[in-house]
Design a protein around this ligand. Structure first.
Ligand code: NAD
Length: 349
């Protein structure tokens, strides 16, 4: 257990709840990194880790990321994250029982932590958690939730791409622009359609080639081989699949002017932001441009706001990026550093 002690000592967060889940043989970690701007909010990750400490480390790291993301999104929320580190992914009744035990743990925090879905969990899991606590969002529409956040995230990325085009080319007009959408899933599929509708030439790459073909057809675009897609000539590369696609190996291959997509943790290392800057590629910081789902679900489920208010808030993602780009240009810092500085300034007040 010394390793838990070590992790907790080095972490700069406020509070970690560690619950040994004897029934599943797993662990529940709830990390509340910051409640300075409001309750600590963040998704629930259900995953098999090599060691329990790896699960706790992940929850700590991800919760800090949520503090920055939600500070920039200006939602009056702090940052948190939960990890359910299990020996194997449970299904059926076992899964439901685990989610109930976890829901009880969330309830015991009486609103200091609020959660939604993340890797390994979805809206039906949030419905199960909601049977034990009201401090959960991202529930299914059938249970009064806002449903899949992907299409909302796509709208935010769309506004982010327009703001990035305006910064680089002086106009946000998409006609005549080529956008590579990597990952034709919940976000990428909706994004490709929005881009195609606005006149962009859309290139779609997905390891699921049938899905890529469907999405490309809906966007009036074309498909690319997923292995070689990154080297395609385009104005915008929108990573909407995996993280860490921007690295010292991939960046020299890119033939785009802008990277703007939904994937989390796009930079393999923090220094890769410098490589992008040196290559003359504008990078839309991932946690700023991909906040649309969190914003929409928060507005719709927690604050009962209207769709028109959601639309305005999603469009504001473009304005926030414009502000970040201006700050980066004025100071010479990378756009990633400018986003971090904006988050830090919101946390200072
Ligand atoms: P998804 O699982 O619906 O879609 C991901 C797609 O990427 C799948 O179609 C998959 O086949 C494809 N893919 C996987 N590996 C690939 C590869 N090497 N090359 C090309 N395609 C590949 O996921 P999603 O909800 O659309 O999310 C996409 C990304 O955006 C993820 O990184 C996610 O963490 C991030 N994100 C999503 C949301 C949201 O609201 N869904 C919010 C913030 C961030």
């Amino acid at each position: 257990m010394a390793i838990f002690e070590d992790l907790l000592e080095r972490w700069d967060g406020e509070q970690a709840v560690i619950h040994r889940d004897r029934e599943s043989g797993g662990w529940i970690f709830i990390c509340m990194h910051s409640t300075q701007l409001g309750p600590a909010a963040g998704g629930t990750r259900l995953k098999v880790y090599d060691t329990p400490a790896d699960g706790l480390r992940d929850a700590m790291r991800l919760s800090a990321g949520m503090t920055a993301k939600l500070a920039v999104a200006d939602l009056g929320l702090g940052g948190g994250k939960a990890v359910l580190a299990v020996p194997k992914i449970p299904e059926g009744d076992e899964r439901r029982a685990l989610l109930h035990r976890y829901g009880d743990a969330v309830e015991s925090l009486r609103g200091a932590f609020i959660t939604s879905s993340d890797v390994g969990t979805g809206e039906t899991d949030m419905d199960a958690i909601a049977e034990r606590t009201e401090h959960v969002f991202g529930r299914s529409k059938a249970k009064g939730g806002a449903g899949d956040p992907g299409p909302f995230t796509a709208v935010g990325v769309f506004h982010g791409i327009k703001a990035s085009l305006a910064h680089v080319y002086g106009t946000d007009d998409l006609s005549g622009r080529t956008v590579l959408v990597q990952g034709a899933g919940s976000v990428g599929g909706a994004l490709a359609e929005l881009l195609g509708r606005d006149g962009a030439a859309v290139l779609v790459a997905d390891v699921d080639t049938a899905r890529a073909a469907l999405v490309a057809a809906a966007a009036d675009g074309s498909t690319l081989e997923p292995e070689s897609a990154l080297g395609a000539e385009c104005d915008v590369y929108a990573p909407c699949a995996l993280g860490a696609t921007l690295s010292s190996t991939s960046i020299p291959e890119l033939r785009c002017r802008i990277v703007a997509g939904s994937a989390n943790n796009q930079l393999a290392r923090a220094e890769d932001a410098d490589l992008l800057q040196s290559a003359g590629i504008l990078y839309a910081p991932d946690y700023v441009i991909n906040a649309g789902g969190a914003i929409a679900i928060n507005y719709l489920e927690l604050h009962d706001r209207s769709q028109a208010e959601v639309d305005t808030a999603l469009a504001k993602i473009g304005d926030t990026l414009t502000e970040i780009y201006a700050r980066a240009e004025a100071t010479g810092m990378t756009t990633a550093a400018a986003a971090d500085a904006l988050a830090a300034s919101r946390l200072q007040t």
